[in-house]
Design a protein around this ligand. Sequence first.
Ligand code: FMN
Length: 180
Amino acid sequence: MKKDLGSVLALYPTPLVVIGTMVNGKPNWVLAGHVGIMGHDHIMVSLAKAHYTNQGIKETRALSVNIVDETMLKKADHVGCFSGNQTDKSEVFDYSFGTNGAPMIDMAKLSMECTMEDIHETKGFDNFILTIDHTYVEESILNEAEKINYDVFKPILFEMPGYTYLKTGETIAKCMTLGK
Ligand SMILES: Cc1cc2nc3c(=O)[nH]c(=O)nc-3n(C[C@H](O)[C@H](O)[C@H](O)COP(=O)(O)O)c2cc1C
């Protein structure tokens, strides 16, 4: 028997990312689990309006979306605990600049350099709609066909109800091999 929990947000787990942008001339990093795919060429990041990061995204329109794996989880968690409104997080990660001026995390195995195209506001949130300008990937997580091997990469997932990080990395089946 199913219980109706009401209007509960339950679309988890989600990928976990660190967003990087320049705010007042310095990089700022924020951890986000509320991310999504829009069509085949846009992604969305949902950030609370009070976050320090939002100023930088609005001013520069340039940001990086760095997927979190276990090697960067501790630092990623840290930038989710403290706000740039009170704490200078600029030195948490070593970084390089993307072509659009967004700070990109050196230790991230996968970083997307993005441009903010639009903002869809919902109560208390700026939902940033992004185009992906470049995707930089560590060669160690590419297969022979130069495709990203998520079994090797093992991105971390996030779930809100238990407020935990989950592992990935086990393939169950190739898509469209089970139902045919
Ligand atoms: C696991 C985890 C996931 C988070 N996901 C989001 C998110 O998707 N959206 C959001 O607005 N804040 C999210 N946060 C909260 C921000 O990372 C946190 O408030 C941060 O301090 C804001 O930093 P800033 O003010 O420097 O931008 C998350 C925090 C944690 C620990």
